[in-house]
Design a protein around this ligand. Structure first.
Ligand code: PEP
Ligand code: MN
Length: 346
């Protein structure tokens, strides 16, 4: 069950509601929000009686039963889509958000050149890894703090907000100081210690789907972050591992409409890691917009053949410019779909 308190409910009212919850044999699992408090309730008991009683308790706006195992992130909990602010941008709102940049931050000239180019081409945010989760321990592991500082420099030059990966709970505070949004990579989607530490990081989180994870597991991981105090979570489909070897991963395009049904959280598509090679990235990117993603995460490198990671799937700058042009009619369609969905809900 989820109990939403009225705006500015008093501490006494909140304490009283918690007491009533316990009297019915349930546990108060988490309490979130400052102006508007939301109480997560778990346990076994007489749901109907408890819901009825809570709805009649002072300070309570609504009490609802959530049947999904993920509570706060479910559509049952919140009918309207969540709109998440990132440095003045809105993800999940009326604009299709394109985040572009290299897989890894490699040098000052590389990140500055890429940032300028993607900004001019119309990207809204800059991506770039300073901490890299590499399959081989002998591969480039990222510039770490130096990389974060270079990203900040690129932000100052272009105004683009920064999204970058954090791999360990030890680094969350440091990465949050430099980045606008923290990326959790596919390999860490179920690193629960890391997910818990994001609860109080004060930054939106971009949670990528694990390469062998189900949609339900992705939502349970998002629930970890939200249940620990951070409701600003954006999901990312980046391809899953299947028997198919023609692409690096299999782009689960259906995950986008499925997630749009199951959760109110925004969903991005990363066609670069799904494809593994640049020739098919534009087609998947267009499909993402058509399927109703809130935006894209795209790898772009000024000279992909020299990239230290993921060069084969990185678009060149002219290819990215061309993709932005190709996306225009899809984004127009996307806007129409969004407006129609919003008026159907109203
Ligand atoms: C990345 O975005 O460069 C990355 C490592 O992605 P993923 O975690 O999806 O493999
Ligand atoms: Mn990459």
């Amino acid at each position: 069950m989820i109990v939403s308190m009225r705006l500015h409910a008093t501490k006494e009212e909140i304490d009283h509601v918690c007491e009533r919850i316990r009297e019915f044999g349930y546990h108060v699992h988490s309490i979130q929000g400052e102006a508007r408090v939301v109480i997560g309730v778990i346990g076994v008991g007489d749901v109907t009686a408890c819901l009825e009683s809570l709805e009649a308790t002072p300070g309570v706006e609504s009490a609802v039963r959530i049947s999904a195992p993920y509570k706060f992130v479910s559509r049952e909990f919140r009918k309207e889509r969540s709109v998440i602010g990132v440095n003045g941008l809105e993800i999940g709102g009326g604009e299709f958000i394109v985040t572009a940049g290299p897989c890894s931050v490699e040098s000052e000239s590389q990140i500055m050149e890429t940032a300028q180019a993607v900004a001019e081409a119309g990207a809204h945010m800059l991506r770039g890894g300073a901490f890299k989760p590499r399959t081989s321990p002998y591969d480039f592991q990222g510039l770490e703090l130096e990389g974060l500082k270079l990203l900040e420099k690129a932000k100052r030059a272009t105004g683009l907000a920064i999204v970058t990966e954090v791999m360990s709970d030890r680094d969350v505070e440091m990465v949050a100081e430099h980045a606008d949004m923290l990326q959790i990579g596919a390999r860490n989607m179920q690193n629960f210690a890391l997910l818990k530490s994001l609860g109080r990081c004060g930054r939106p989180v971009l949670l990528k789907r694990g390469m062998s994870s189900t949609i339900k597991e992705l939502l349970m991981s998002a629930e970890y972050v939200v249940a620990h105090g951070n409701s600003s979570v954006i999901l990312c489909e980046r391809g899953i591992r299947t028997f198919e070897t023609a692409t690096r991963n299999t782009c689960d395009i259906a995950a986008i409409p499925v997630l749009n049904e199951l959760t109110h959280l925004p969903v991005l598509l990363d066609p670069s890691h799904a494809a593994g090679r640049r020739s098919i990235v534009p087609a998947l990117a267009r499909a993402g917009a058509a399927a109703g993603a809130d935006g894209l995460l795209i790898e772009v490198h000024p000279c992909p053949e020299k990239a230290v990671s993921d060069g084969a799937q990185s678009l060149t700058v002219p290819q990215f410019r061309d993709l932005m042009r190709q996306l225009k009619p899809y984004i127009a369609l996307w806007r129409e779909m969004r407006t129609a969905a919003a008026s159907a809900r109203a």
